[in-house]
Design a binder for this molecule. Structure first.
Ligand SMILES: Nc1nc2c(c(=O)[nH]1)N[C@H]1C(S)=C(S)[C@@H](COP(=O)(O)O)O[C@H]1N2
Ligand SMILES: [Mo]
Length: 427
């Protein structure tokens, strides 16, 4: 390269650097052309001048260190200690719909326990002909199924009732994960224990509990137990991680995360619900007049823009912008997601990455052109029951301000001209 060329290269680089700092991107004005003077294109880089890492026996591969900020985070003031606590899925940093287990939020009432497959037992007792105890190996001999489902903690978005609170989609909406589960239908195991599933089962329930100290006992009506509940031992193709219930957890599609009992040890068929702690003083919705709703099992349709968002600001300036987020419904499949840039006055229909699947996350995209003006970004989900995600005002009209759980209101991000975003509330 001549001196003159060098000069050109450096001034071009300075220009590009300056442009990025000023927030005015060059994407629409022929970025590809500009890159011909980029040393990353014109010079042979170190990684092309030698070998990469060889293959070896690896216990489990880890993500590249360049993605070091993808972290499940907790909010310290939220809980008194870490054994009865929660951390959040970094949804702002993920795309697609499947949550890698290592990124999936954890919610424990008495910490994640270490339970070996050899020490694992699952008891089915109560109103069955033959009470049974299954080992892990026994479970593997029943016909199994694969299904993708989301698991959302009833407390997801719970901190936002009174006003905009936490600055990041991870913290406002990250008590959710979506995995492909492999397991045996609970129906199969109940039938194995002699439950007559053709007989009259009205008024019958199962009470499910885990092997951890909290046991997290929950009552599930028989209709649901026989419908689509899975006794699962794999997620996303691999064994469940310890924090998600290794070796076996319950999967209760579309219903609040608390019912997805981890390290499941006992399933009792009963004449009625137990009305345990987890379904009375916790996970119930307190209304305006101080009374509480008895059961809220299904997670209503909900969505959130994951990017841009407070932890995923726009860094490229004006021009093409991909707005993306997640939508889901515990009652069925997502059929449509609308996005508003002006706090809900006007709506554009987003593109679904693929048709919505029942009780699983749906990824949406709005491929747009940003002129650099401030946006009040919102998303609004609709499901195949015709349900439309409510505004915060609509939800408060019905539920008041005393609620914690089951907040599925429309979320607003204020995106400033410099690309930074903030959690706000529109009245
Ligand atoms: N045994 C047991 N199961 C449990 C819990 C628990 O503390 N112990 N927490 C419940 C709650 S409140 C939620 S939201 C989900 C969270 O599942 P995850 O930790 O895999 O995200 O597990 C549920 N199952
Ligand atoms: Mo939960």
């Amino acid at each position: 390269m001549s001196d003159k060329d060098n000069e050109l290269v450096s001034s071009r680089r300075a220009f590009l650097g300056g442009a990025v700092a000023a927030g005015a991107g060059a994407l629409t004005t022929g970025a590809a052309k500009a890159q011909t003077a980029d040393p990353l294109i014109t010079e042979i880089q170190p990684w092309a001048q030698g070998f990469g890492d060889g293959v070896d026996a690896v216990r489990y591969g880890l993500p590249t260190e360049h993605e070091g900020d993808v972290i499940r985070r907790n909010v310290e003031w939220l809980t008194a200690d870490t054994v009865s606590s929660i951390n959040f899925t970094p949804i702002h940093a993920l795309d697609g719909t499947i949550t890698p287990q290592g990124c999936a939020f954890e919610r424990h009432h008495s910490g994640a326990i270490d339970l070996k497959k050899d020490d694992y037992r699952l008891m089915i007792n109560g109103l069955v002909d033959t009470p049974l105890v299954f080992s892990y190996a026994d479970l593997e001999r029943f016909p199994r199924e694969n299904h993708v489902y989301f698991c959302e903690c009833a407390a997801n978005t719970g901190m936002e009732w009174a006003g905009a609170q936490l600055n990041g989609a991870q913290f406002t909406h990250g008590m959710i994960h979506n995995m492909e589960y492999t397991g045996v239908p609970l129906r199969t195991l109940l039938e194995e224990a002699g439950l007559d599933t053709t007989g009259d089962l009205s008024g019958k329930w199962v009470f499910v509990e885990g092997a951890d100290a909290s046991s997290n006992g929950r009552s599930i009506p028989m209709e649901k137990a026989l419908d689509d509940v899975l006794v699962a031992f794999k997620a996303n193709g691999e064994a469940l991680r310890k924090e998600h219930g290794y070796p076996v957890r319950l999967v209760v599609p579309g219903w609040e995360g608390n019912m997805w009992v981890k390290w499941i040890r006992r399933i009792e068929v009963m004449d009625g619900p137990v009305e345990s702690r987890e379904e009375t003083s916790k996970y119930t919705d307190t209304l305006e007049d101080g009374t509480s709703r008895k059961w809220t099992w299904e997670m209503d349709a909900k969505s959130v823009v994951t990017s841009p968002s407070p932890q995923a600001p726009i860094k490229h300036g004006t021009g093409p912008l991909v707005i993306t987020g997640l939508a889901w419904s515990g009652r069925g499949a997502i059929t449509r997601v609308d996005v508003s840039k002006d706090g809900g006055k006007n709506w554009e229909t987003a593109r679904l990455a693929k048709p919505g699947e029942k009780m699983a996350l749906t990824r949406f995209y709005l491929d747009t052109d940003w002129d650099g003006s401030e946006m009040m970004l919102q998303s609004r989900a609709m499901d195949d029951t015709g349900y439309v995600q409510p505004t915060k005002t609509q939800l408060r009209e019905v539920r008041g301000l005393n609620s914690i759980y089951h907040n599925n209101c429309i979320q607003t991000w204020l995106v400033r001209s410099n690309g930074e975003a903030e959690n706000v509330e529109v009245s």
